[in-house]
Design a protein around this ligand. Structure first.
Ligand SMILES: O=C(O)c1cc(C(=O)O)c2c(n1)C(=O)C(=O)c1cc(C(=O)O)[nH]c1-2
Length: 255
């Protein structure tokens, strides 16, 4: 077997994967941040991403159950609180609903998950399955895309605010706290992976987990691009712009 990498070399390998494969480079993300999407296409993004958001605390609950110490569980549970909220503070899921409200989608429709693309569902569900089935080290490593999210969030928010008149700072409030939370979470996960990958095979498993997660994110944007940009091929049961789920269009909602 190959020799073990140094800590520095493993970290550099992980950062190189983000540089190359993170969804910041996806054509749909570029269109979104450059103001080149229609309101309907932005609605499709917000609708589909709600499913990702809603499943994050579910996948973190599976990880939490596998952590063997009070200290680790205390750290990890913060992620669940961030998304589910608490009595005194709105969580990320509720803030994402403010975003879908802001772009004019019907709340009940968004929360029902009807109309999301099969590609979204399959990618997100694969992420949840991955953290249940793989080693704890791989499950934790799969969250490492968050090393790269503060930058993409900054670029996306700036672009969306500048280019779309239907987007306000309030609509994007979900993202206000994310960069700080993502830095805290990904610093912790990175240290955990660097400390716990004890041979070359485990180091490779960490690298592969990050590649897998980049695919989870990339595939969601592929599905959006294919359905709502080009060739505009809508899967069965997918949300159709202007139809069910668009606030104010209730008369056309499926009974
Ligand atoms: O806006 C983004 O581009 C972006 C990316 C990611 C990511 O890299 O997985 C997450 C988020 N946002 C996010 O908001 C979030 O809560 C989150 C949790 C996780 C995770 O894997 O545990 N990733 C992400």
């Amino acid at each position: 077997m190959s020799e073990m990498m140094s800590r520095e070399a493993l970290e550099a390998a992980l950062r190189a994967i983000g540089e190359e494969r993170y969804h910041s480079r996806h054509p749909f993300q570029i269109l979104l941040q450059e103001g080149r999407l229609t309101r309907e296409q932005v609605q499709a993004w917000a609708l589909n991403r709600y499913y990702y958001q809603s499943m994050i605390p579910v996948k973190d609950s599976f990880i939490l159950a596998r952590l063997g110490t009070v200290e680790l569980r205390r750290e990890w549970r913060e992620r669940i609180i961030d998304h589910d909220g608490s009595e005194s503070e709105r969580g990320g899921i509720e803030k994402w609903i403010a975003l879908t409200d802001g772009v004019g989608l019907d709340r009940d429709y968004v929360m029902s998950g009807r109309g999301i693309l099969p590609g979204t569902r399959f990618a997100v569900d694969a992420y949840v399955h991955f953290v249940r089935e793989r080693s704890l080290l791989e499950a934790i490593a799969s969250s490492l895309t968050e090393l790269f999210s503060p930058s993409v969030i900054g670029v996306r928010n700036k672009g969306m605010l500048a280019h779309y008149d239907f987007i306000s700072k309030e609509t994007l409030a979900y993202f206000d706290k994310r960069p700080v939370q993502a830095k805290r979470d990904s610093d912790f996960a990175l240290t955990y992976c660097l400390d716990h990958a004890r041979n070359r095979q485990e180091q490779e498993a960490v690298i592969d987990a990050l590649k897998f997660k980049c695919q989870v994110l990339w595939t969601q944007l592929d599905a959006l691009y294919h359905a709502y940009v080009e060739p505009g091929h809508l899967p069965f049961d997918a949300w159709r712009p202007g139809e069910a789920g668009t606030a104010g269009e209730s008369e056309s909602r499926a009974a």
